[in-house]
Design a protein around this ligand. Structure first.
Ligand SMILES: NC(=O)c1ccc[n+]([C@@H]2O[C@H](COP(=O)([O-])OP(=O)(O)OC[C@H]3O[C@@H](n4cnc5c(N)ncnc54)[C@H](OP(=O)(O)O)[C@@H]3O)[C@@H](O)[C@H]2O)c1
Length: 345
């Protein structure tokens, strides 16, 4: 597929979606971006992107607002469904997290079928892959693997997000299959790297936490990052002791490129895990220390809680490549300093 096509991106002002919109505009796509409030300052960065004035139009749409979504999707060749509530804990997770994710996915694919969209890319998560008590430590998880939740156990914190991503992906895939819609899903691991949007998103707190920035809000705890985790979801984390030992990471720009890749490759099918590294957090910190020695880094890690191994071979076979972790750390650091989140020491 070539540029000058009309595509829609849901949740355009978010962390990952902002990079996707930037790359789409640079490739001369015409973009309809949905946001909850086009006048909110948190979306102002979109209007400043190159080619935005001529090729980006923002639409107001909540995930529960079918008509609003349809208005943005109508006439589009392709749709990237990125929006979902990314937060924990909240007072009523079924209503605030699961319902918008699942009903939103249904609304988007429903609108795509009605609007005869040629191709849909849905952003899922490894949360829809790794949360399954049957996965052993040595099992390398691929796209055949689905998370499975024990409904008899109480859910806390990020469990609800993991449930929402799994259910939303299943909803989108099932609906697309029944309606012969060309739909591909991408499942990224924890996304890090420079931010374009003004408000810090959840996953960017991971590197900021390792740099010793305190008073962070929500963060992906180990419950979302391990199939066997049982850590303290509702407590805010300090960076003295990290309550997990390893994590799967991908740079936000590589994740955004993967969405474009699966969209543009006509032979892309099914699910794609998008993960660059499953690394020990201590090894990430060692790299950070070498580059920037003067920060207050964590002192211990809970090595008993580890991410499973993940294979991105399917995405790599399609042509996906990713940058080094050092490059991501350097670009993130410079971004945090430029934004005033970190002081240069
Ligand atoms: N970041 C990660 O580590 C990671 C990893 C794997 C998968 N993902 C997936 O990647 C996608 C983007 O995540 P992100 O990290 O970029 O998070 P983000 O910055 O929080 O973006 C989420 C977007 O969804 C929008 N949204 C939330 N609830 C909505 C609703 N009810 N109606 C309409 N829009 C709504 C948000 O809009 P507002 O600004 O108005 O709230 C925001 O634009 C999500 O699907 C997420 O599950 C992220």
């Amino acid at each position: 597929m070539a540029g000058r096509e009309l595509v829609c991106v849901t949740g355009a002002g978010g962390y990952l979606a902002s990079w996707l919109v930037k790359f789409l505009l640079e490739k001369r796509y015409v973009v309809h971006g949905t946001v909850r409030d086009p006048c909110d300052d948190k979306n102002s960065h979109l209007k400043a992107l190159e080619y935005a004035s001529e090729n980006l139009q923002l639409y107001k749409a909540d995930l529960l607002d079918y008509e609003g979504l349809y208005a943005a999707i109508e006439g589009c060749d392709g749709v990237f469904h990125v929006a979902t509530p990314v937060s924990a804990p909240v007072a009523n997770p079924e209503v605030e997290i699961v319902e918008p994710a699942v009903v939103g996915a249904r609304n988007v694919v429903n609108a795509c079928v009605k609007a005869k969209v040629k191709k849909v890319v849905v952003v899922s998560s490894v949360a829809a892959i790794i949360r399954n008590p049957n996965w052993s430590k040595d099992h390398v998880l691929d796209e055949e693997c689905w998370s499975s939740f024990d409904n008899s156990k109480p859910r806390t914190g990020w469990d609800w997000y993991d449930v929402s991503k799994t259910s939303a992906e299943q909803e989108a895939v099932g609906y697309a299959d029944r309606n012969e819609l060309n739909l591909v899903t991408v499942c990224p691991s924890l996304i890090i790297g420079p931010m374009l949007q003004p408000k810090i998103n959840s996953s960017s707190n991971f590197l900021l936490l390792l740099f010793g920035k305190s008073n962070l809000g929500e963060f992906y705890h180990s419950s979302s990052s391990s199939s066997s985790a049982a850590a303290n979801d509702d407590e805010q984390m300090d960076n003295e002791k990290i309550d997990f030992g390893s994590i799967g990471l991908v740079d936000v720009r590589d994740a955004a490129e993967s969405l474009l890749l699966v969209y543009e490759k006509a032979d892309a099918r099914g699910r794609y895990i998008c993960n660059s590294y499953v690394v020990r957090v201590e090894d990430v910190v060692e790299k950070m220390k070498k580059l920037y020695p003067n920060y207050n880094y964590p002192k211990s890690y809970n090595e008993d809680i580890a991410w499973p191994k993940l294979s991105s071979k399917k995405l790599q076979a399609l042509g996906w490549t990713y940058r080094t972790l050092e490059d991501t750390i350097i670009d993130s650091f410079n971004n945090y300093v430029d934004r005033g989140e970190l002081t240069k020491k």
